[in-house]
Design a protein. Structure first.
Length: 754
């Protein structure tokens, strides 16, 4: 045995060619340039030694390695670390790190232990390391390809891994993490990351009695991320008696799991996620037993549409998501959810697992900004199980601000109403809705969740199209059910045709029969005036009576007063010339004003795009302009007048609209109108009058908005007071809910309605 005892001078220690099979380093301080490839050494004991590294410290092919009371730190020259040193241990049968410190390393992985048999790390600390490498060495500590790894009583704190984790464990057959602390780490993935490795199968994984606090992740779980570790169906990752507090991540503030996860006796407090799962975001399988969730939250409160049984902003404590084609189970037993918040599912958000059991739990003071104060179901379960949720769990003082204080789900059933030409019908005739091409109608879905709760605001993607038709096409704006009409693809005559409209929410499909009839006698099929040359709708036939009368009159005048006709023709030529000049000037002025409006960002794109749905239900992205050409709007009759202008009922693109005519008195007045248009184009909500655009001339501006046949809300309320219309109590209540939803939307945009 070769023994070094005492402090050696700073310099290079090189024992690569040592003839000793056993080496003991005791009570020494080294400035190490390199220590690697001890080819003949079978046992190496390093006790109470401090290493200052300026290069690689690498040990390979040793039977036994014991590091006790050893400290590794980088050598610092001129206040900077030289040559990015690191410690690498590879192909070692038995590794013991006891009271070992890894402190102050930067750039790349500080310690890696790879392809070894049994590794024990205990009472050690890893602190103040900052790894910013973008290549494969992105973690503070890496354990890879080991047969057995035990990590006991260790501390991981004040570390930064800009592209990785504090501790990545990949491909371990047997893993035990016990009595450790992860605190104040900032990472891209997680403080502790369990990954999968080729040809390595996990047989036992347990994390117990450990504390995770104030770990911040840029993407996944702040404290712990578990990848799809094994295809073995019976393997469960056990997390027992652990505490998670004030951790944050994108999906899963504390835990992000793709494997079957069993959490027992855990405490989750004040964890936050940006997207989903304030404490836990899990796929595949999750079992929670005797676990407490207190004041966890999802901070994304924007109310977005649910797509593919997935709702962003859901699961204040737990979000459980099932991927298509995967077997999954969810068990929650005797756990407590207190004060958790999210947009949907203040406590829990779940999609449909193959096996589901939620019993003996308490939900208290949980809040959802939209639906499901305690629990939100983003897929459809059978009603028998849904009823048992109420009986087998305890709920108190939970809030769902739109619907479902305790529990709610996505759309389960839909009752349909419709209106044609302003007349509303409360039910669908079995014979179908009778319309002709171009006739505008509106559908009114009354949606209910699986708990038979009315859903006042629909926030699910909804497809609407014609079933099995290559002759007719449905025209619709976005996800709106209002101002819909049918067009004919080719200009050919047809008989009365029965079609089926198919409406599909996330998991609910409705079929609505319609009958498309030939054009009325005073109309004929003509190209629609919204730019699609292959779409035809019924439009009024031109009248020739006036033309004939004028021709006869002109003939008589020509024969009787030839000299007068010359004068009249001269007058008409002058008139036409002036008119042409007027139109040229007006077109130039309109373009100038439009350019100025565009520079002032009157053109608005919702999320930089607007989704439209064709007859097959597919979505297209296109840019939307709120500038409407003056020749596209057709005022028909005056319906109101105020101090700022006159309001007309008219048509735009075959839709009935309200046209507000405003006079431009001066530049300040024009700027006020532009500001109003800029504000209106931002508003898109079912309970706010829809703004279509603005039409410009030199002396007038026209605001084009949605036409409501019953007039203003004030008039509607006055009609109810005078008993001119009969309204039931439930309809009045729905009216108040709609008003409140509209006001909440305006206030969310910091707009005050006066």
């Amino acid at each position: 045995m070769w023994k070094v005892n005492g402090e050696l001078p700073i310099g290079k220690i090189s024992i690569e060619e040592s003839r000793w099979r056993s080496i003991l380093l005791v009570d020494s301080n080294f400035a190490v340039e390199s220590l690697n490839y001890l080819e003949k050494v079978t046992s190496l004991w390093i006790i109470r030694v401090a290493f200052k590294l300026n290069n690689v410290f690498q040990l390979v092919n040793i039977d036994d390695l014991i590091l006790e009371h050893v400290k590794f730190m980088p050598e610092i020259y001129d206040n900077r670390i030289y040559k990015s040193p690191f410690v690498s241990l590879r192909f070692i049968k038995y590794v013991v790190l006891f009271r070992t410190e890894i402190d102050g390393f930067s750039y790349q992985t500080a310690l890696s232990i790879e392809y070894s048999v049994n590794v024990l790390i205990s009472y050690s600390s890893f602190s103040n390391n900052h790894v910013n490498s973008k290549d494969s060495n992105t973690n503070i500590l890496l354990a890879k390809g080991l047969n057995q790894l035990h990590v006991l009583y260790c501390n991981f704190f004040n570390n930064i891994a800009e592209y990785g984790s504090v501790f990545e464990i990949t491909g371990i057959s047997s893993l035990l993490i016990s009595m450790n602390s992860f605190h104040n780490n900032t990472i891209a993935n997680s403080a502790l990351y369990l990954g999968r490795y080729v040809d390595t199968h996990y047989s036992y994984v347990r994390i117990q009695n450990s504390i995770f606090t104030d770990n911040k992740s840029y993407s996944k779980g702040g404290a712990l991320t578990i990848d799809k570790l094994s295809s073995e169906p019976n393997l469960s990752i056990e997390v027992y008696g652990c505490s998670f507090s004030e951790n944050s991540g994108e999906f899963g503030g504390a835990i992000h799991s793709f494997s079957k996860l069993l959490v027992t006796g855990g405490m989750f407090y004040s964890n936050t996620a940006v997207q989903q799962g304030g404490a836990i975001f899990a796929k595949d399988g999750l079992s929670l037993r005797s676990t407490y969730f207190i004041n966890n939250s999802v901070i994304d409160t924007s109310l977005t549409y649910c797509t593919d049984n997935n709702c962003i902003g859901s699961g204040g404590a737990v979000s459980f998501l099932v991927e298509n084609g995967s077997d999954s189970s969810l068990v929650i037993f005797r756990s407590s959810f207190d004060g958790n918040t999210a947009t949907r599912g203040g406590g829990i958000s779940i999609s449909r697992p193959d096996e589901l059991s939620i019993e003996g739990n308490t939900f208290k003071d949980c809040k959802a900004d939209f639906a499901g104060g305690a629990l939100f179901i983003s897929s459809i379960l059978n009603q028998t199980f849904s009823s048992s949720l109420i009986e087998s769990n305890e709920f108190s003082n939970n809030q769902g601000l739109t619907y479902g204080d305790d529990m709610s789900s996505i759309v389960y059933t839909v009752n349909w109403k419709y209106s044609i030409d302003g007349k509303q019908y409360n039910y669908l005739d079995s014979n179908g809705i009778k319309i002709y091409p171009g006739q505008v109608f509106s559908l009114f879905p009354e949606a209910f969740d699986i708990f038979d709760q009315y859903i006042p605001v629909l926030k699910e993607t909804s497809e609407l199209g014609i079933k099995n038709s290559d002759k007719f096409q449905l025209e619709r704006q976005g996800y709106s059910f209002g101002n819909i009409f049918i067009s004919v693809i080719n200009q050919t005559d047809f008989d009365s045709t029965k079609l089926t409209l198919v409406s599909a929410f996330s998991v609910t499909i409705s079929e609505i029969p319609i009958i498309v009839e030939p054009c009325p006698s005073d109309t004929s099929l003509k190209p629609a005036n919204y730019g699609k040359s292959y779409d035809f709708i019924c439009q009024q036939k031109p009248s020739y009576d006036y033309v004939i009368a004028v021709a006869v009159t002109l003939t008589v005048l020509t024969l009787s007063f030839s000299v007068g006709m010359v004068a009249v023709c001269t007058y008409l030529c002058v008139k036409i010339t002036r008119k042409v000049n007027y139109w040229v000037k007006r077109d130039k002025a309109e373009k100038d004003i439009e350019k100025r409006l565009l520079e002032n960002e009157i053109t608005y794109m919702e999320d930089h795009s607007l989704q439209t749905v064709n007859s097959t239900g597919s979505g297209k992205r296109q840019q939307v302009s709120f500038i409407i050409s003056i020749d596209q709007i057709f005022p028909e009759k005056k319906i109101g007048e105020g101090g700022s202008g006159v309001v007309y009922l008219g048509k735009w693109h075959h839709h009935p609209v309200a046209i507000k005519c405003l006079k431009i008195e001066d530049t300040a007045n024009s700027d006020e109108i532009e500001k109003e248009a800029a504000m209106l184009c931002r508003l898109r909500h079912p309970n706010i009058v829809l703004f279509y655009g603005v039409s410009l001339t030199q002396h007038k501006q026209y605001l084009v908005v949605e036409y409501l046949e019953r007039g203003s809300l004030e008039k509607y309320i006055q009609d109810m007071k005078r008993q001119e219309i009969s309204v039931t109590f439930s309809e009045k209540l729905k009216l108040l809910i709609d008003i409140a939803c509209g006001m909440v939307y305006l206030h969310s945009l910091k707009i005050i309605h006066r």
